[in-house]
Design a protein around this ligand. Structure first.
Ligand code: BG6
Ligand code: MG
Length: 219
């Protein structure tokens, strides 16, 4: 029988917009100040990882131990740089086809929600002009446990009144795919098929991706 989802939950960074490049600039600048090398490979590891988790990764790489107040100060510094970079974001930075796909879902009566680790998610959705499409926005401010914990997606599904098994998660991060799996969701990877092996299937992006294609591939 065909599987028709009742809702779709989208991750933000790397699924709807390419903010990884801005996170990279911020974390690299901070890492440099701390004398820790920070490469694009390191940035890949931080996809889906919370702000504090990302700082801990850099500190561990440099063998540094800092007190809590210093960590908060460093995260605030990085976030201030990040906000400068994302402050000029606009709808042109939305990945091709993603809004058209969401509109197709909404038109078919399938609910759309956001499940992101980012505390900046509401701002970015506003800047890109798509906040009003989401029936629920669960972001880094509303969760206690980071991906791969399923909390962010479970809260999203609950807010939409949908069971995880009737809900599809779109994720670009390994930790995010694991979170969806841990929550019992259907999972479509976005981006690199070689690393997202736990997704049911992986799409390179939303160009040419339709509700019909999704239903066929999930059924
Ligand atoms: C995730 C990103 O969506 O949000 C991570 O993939 C980022 O790279 C995390 O660290 C937290 O983001 P923010 O905006 O709250 O610092
Ligand atoms: Mg992501």
């Amino acid at each position: 029988m065909a599987f028709l989802p009742q809702a779709c939950l989208f991750d933000l960074d790397g699924v709807i917009v390419d903010t990884a490049k801005y996170h990279f600039i911020g974390w690299q600048r901070l890492a440099e100040e701390l004398g820790v090398p920070f490469t694009h490979e390191d940035n890949e590891q931080l996809k889906g990882v919370s702000r504090v988790g990302s700082l801990e990764y850099i500190l561990a790489k440099g063998g540094l131990e800092l007190d809590n107040d210093t960590k908060v100060r460093l995260m605030d510094r990085k976030n201030a740089w990040y906000l400068e970079l994302v402050g000029s974001m606009n709808p042109d930075e939305l990945f091709p086809g993603v809004v058209e796909f969401m509109d197709e879902l909404i038109g078919a009566g399938i609910q759309v929600g956001l499940g992101s680790s980012s505390r900046n998610a509401p701002l970015i959705l506003e800047l890109c002009g798509i906040a009003d499409r989401f029936g629920t926005i669960v972001d880094g401010n509303s969760i206690t446990f980071s991906k791969p914990d399923p909390e962010v997606f479970l809260k999203g599904a609950e807010a939409l009144g949908v069971k995880p098994e009737h809900c599809v998660v779109f994720e670009d991060a390994v930790s995010g795919v694991q979170a969806a799996r841990n929550g019992g969701f259907r999972i479509i990877g976005v981006g690199d098929a070689a690393s997202l092996t736990e997704a049911e299937f992986v799409i390179p992006g939303f160009e040419d991706f339709t509700l019909k294609t999704m239903v066929e591939r999930l059924s």
